[in-house]
Design a protein around this ligand. Structure first.
Ligand code: FPP
Length: 225
């Protein structure tokens, strides 16, 4: 049985979910945010150490400004409204990605939730915000060069935004596409991949449980025999 310490999810399909119902795309994001809470609580209860969610990529800035603004407002609301849920479930909140490019009010909210949850030791809930795997690797290498540290796998691991979370064990993508889209490129080198056509707002903890149970039976060889 494979251990599951680090689960990563690419939450895709919000726009299509909304379109299918004749709603604006933002309605899909709104419903997608509800699923985030269910999945986080489930992972916390299951004793998973880290749940990394791709909430906003370095490429998502090319979307229409109105959709970007809506996503930022939704995130802000989420960070405020989920404080109780985070505390009750002993969840520690983190972000990966360059958050200095986010709106100042959102940065304040992020900082507040990080401080509030700093002493919790259950699930690490990690949101990718203005996150791109390539950008993260470049930033890590620059940090190492600037401080004169020799480049090695270990030093890069330590300089990445995910330092301390360890490699991804299982990477799930909803929404039917089968690609990684610049999420946790370094950390997912040996991740098991699971793709489902379920659109993110329809994703349930029942389906998550099924995927995890199937993952546990896989033969992980890490390049060995
Ligand atoms: C991809 O769906 C989803 C996103 C780019 C944003 C993810 C955001 C959420 C799940 C909601 C907010 C999250 C939090 C943590 C509050 P898409 O828009 O690319 O869908 P499509 O492929 O069907 O167009």
């Amino acid at each position: 049985m494979n251990a599951l310490n680090h689960l990563a999810i690419i939450m895709d399909g919000n726009g299509r979910w909304a379109k299918k119902r004749g709603f604006l795309r933002i309605k899909g994001h709104e419903n997608g945010a509800k699923v985030v809470e269910n999945v986080a609580i489930y992972c916390a209860k299951l004793g998973i150490k880290t749940l990394s969610l791709y909430a906003f990529s370095t490429e998502n800035w090319t979307r229409p400004q109105a959709e970007i603004d809506f996503l930022m407002d939704l995130l802000k609301k989420f960070l405020r409204q989920k404080r109780d849920m985070i505390c009750k479930n002993n969840i520690k909140f983190h972000t990966i990605g360059d958050i200095s490019a986010l709106r100042a009010d959102l940065q304040t909210e992020i900082k507040a939730l990080k401080e509030l949850s700093a002493d919790f030791n259950g699930l690490n809930l990690v949101l990718g915000l203005n996150y791109g795997g390539r950008d993260e690797i470049v930033r890590a290498c620059k940090k190492l060069c600037d401080s004169g540290v020799k480049i090695s796998e270990n030093s890069i691991n330590g300089a990445l935004d995910t330092s301390g979370f360890g490699d991804v064990d299982l990477l799930i993508r909803t929404g039917g596409e089968q690609r990684i889209s610049n999420f946790l490129l370094w950390q997912a080198s040996y991740a098991e991949l699971a793709f489902t056509s379920t659109l993110w707002p329809d994703f349930s903890v029942i389906e998550l449980e099924k995927i995890i149970n199937e993952y546990k039976t896989r033969n992980r060889r890490f390049g060995g025999l």
